[in-house]
Design a protein around this ligand. Structure first.
Ligand code: IMP
Ligand code: MG
Length: 178
């Protein structure tokens, strides 16, 4: 079999433009939702949303806090196993808080559906989802993404946190892996 090849898909400059647009919209919306002395709780999904989450929260102008979760995902293949479980749960309690989940890409939607339900079960004030990318063609379950950067085709992407067998996460741009 030929070696995998990386084809440029979304540039660093384009990613940063998407981040700024999302952060401006989120800041605007939560400015009126948050009460005085209330912080928005960002729940960033590891490992994929590490860089997106870091870039996003640094462009947010409302008071905020960050927490991390890690959910089981693809392992070494490119297909989701369909079952989701926690490798690391939240540290902060979402009860009575405005929570914004941050993911880098929505594929089947199972991860985010699971995470949203989990957080909703502890009575937060609100839960919304922000994802840099979405592959609508791959959706298996309905999940509302309130803040979406861009839709992409059904292609396997790497870079800017996205991996294939744990490789390529550190690339500043996003590539299609063929
Ligand atoms: P879902 O539960 O099927 O929606 O899977 C979502 C997760 O799968 C994402 O947060 C990523 O971690 C991973 N994922 C989905 N598509 C890709 C891709 O094209 N490249 C790398 N990881 C992906
Ligand atoms: Mg992810």
């Amino acid at each position: 079999m030929a070696e995998s090849q990386l084809h440029p898909s979304i540039s660093q400059a384009k990613i940063q433009a998407l981040v700024k647009t999302l952060a401006a919209k989120i800041s605007e919306d939560y400015k009126t939702l948050l009460e005085p002395n209330e912080d928005l709780l960002f729940v960033i999904t590891l490992k994929g949303a590490l860089f997106f989450g870091a870039d996003l929260v640094r462009n947010i102008s409302v008071p905020s806090q960050i927490d991390f979760v890690r959910l089981s995902s693809y392992g070494k293949g490119t297909q989701s196993s369909g079952t989701v479980r926690f490798l690391k749960d939240l540290e902060a309690s979402p009860q009575g808080r405005h929570v914004l989940i941050v993911d880098e890409i929505v594929d089947s939607g199972r991860t985010l559906q699971f995470l949203r339900k989990h957080i909703e079960a502890s009575n937060p004030k609100s839960v919304r989802i922000c994802s840099l990318l979405s592959k609508p063609a791959r959706r298996e379950v309905d999940v509302v993404v309130e803040y979406l950067g861009a839709q992409v085709e059904d292609r396997f992407l790497v870079g800017y946190g996205l991996d294939h067998a744990e490789r390529y996460r550190n690339l500043p741009d996003i590539y299609e892996l063929k």
